[in-house]
Design a protein around this ligand. Sequence first.
Ligand SMILES: [Zn+2]
Length: 242
Amino acid sequence: MGDPTGWDEPAPGVLRRRLPGWDETVGAVVGDDGVLLVDAGPSRSAAAALADGLRRRLGAPVTRLVLTHAHFDHALGAGAFPRAERYAAAGLAASLARGARAALAADAARHGADLAAAEADARAVPARWREVRRGLTVSLGGARSVVLASLGAAHSPGDLAVLVPGTPPVVFCGDLVEESGEPQAGDDASPERWPAALDRLLAIGGPAARYVPGHGAVVDAAFVHAQRAALAQRFGIGAPRP
Ligand SMILES: [Zn+2]
């Protein structure tokens, strides 16, 4: 890709990068007020390295953070941004207060992370978030804004997509879409609601958008349509009655 910091740019001022290890994607959107980071990566050290790379490349700090969902590989780096404006789907603060930090650390350890380090990162996840119930437009300064769209429970208890209007529009999908493998449906997924969440995602982005999956290469609307159909079949939704 030619960029030593590992970022590529699916649209002007809109960046994304796949991380080593769990291959989760993080995104960045540049505005006059700084950089909006989409997902925080799996640890504070990974997150700090991301912020360093963005500052070198863009000359601007991370001033805002949005989480597409609260799985460890996307969220455990959040403690690296205590002063950023932070956005997440509704319910995150309550779930953190109910003990989600321990579950995040345990999940990270199950996937090969060091438990003590993951527990420290989990304790550092900020308690306060601006929670998105439906949609929220966030200005990043100048002409740049993004739309945060809460899509409810599907891949996780709270999935949030980020639309960056422009030419082309870019949609950060979180793990509602995966390109590098089958979408992962864990114990906390709501499979019956997943296809409808993808319908909303497609309505938000439209046919010309570039869709950035939580894992894998950037895809188009046709890929998302096909994944929606595959998920509906996999979960037995909309199948003809016997
Ligand atoms: Zn996930």
